[in-house]
Design a protein around this ligand. Sequence first.
Ligand code: GAR
Length: 201
Amino acid sequence: MKKAKIAVLVSGGGTNLQALIDAEKSGVIQSGEIVAVIASNEGAYALTRAEQAGIATFVASRRALGSQEAFEDAILAAIQKTGAELIVLAGFMSILRESFTKRFPRRILNVHPALIPSFCGKGFYGLRVHEAALAYGVKVTGATVHFVNEIPDGGEIILQKAVEIKEGDTPEILQRRVMEEAEWKILPAATELVCREILSN
Ligand code: GAR
């Protein structure tokens, strides 16, 4: 069966990447295959996860390359080399410029650790999102998978899942619950949905 080729962009620990790898193995993702993992820094543990799964890895470091343009060109080169048709941002901590995102309409996904439009946009990433949710005092948070366009966290929503906030939560405890109950489920599910759409075209 033909599969859509997926490039996963990462910056850190890569638990969402791991969820995608596991979903491909278990058949939750059956319409796509991960052909590349591209990290924004060479120390990302996500690279080890990719190597262990036998997936081609690439590093594109903005700092080492010296400019946003060179950084995005390096990402593009890896995508073109592997023939990836879908780009999944899985804990990717850089904002891609419009000149990049407009090349891939409805072909870039991102997972955000809150219920968009809450706690999102520039400056809201990683643990900061959970710190903001706890500081505000919301009782429910969650995760969102959306298409990426020129507005940070502003593209069309594909899937969302709510997660309860509990008394005594720290940002770290909440982050873990949002990952386990929401991100690791809806990211693979949304990836499968978009891969099916790609294959049907
Ligand atoms: C995840 O919670 C992801 O949603 C978030 O960073 C974490 C990465 O963890 N992404 C963002 O905040 C992007 N704006 P991981 O490397 O273990 O997947």
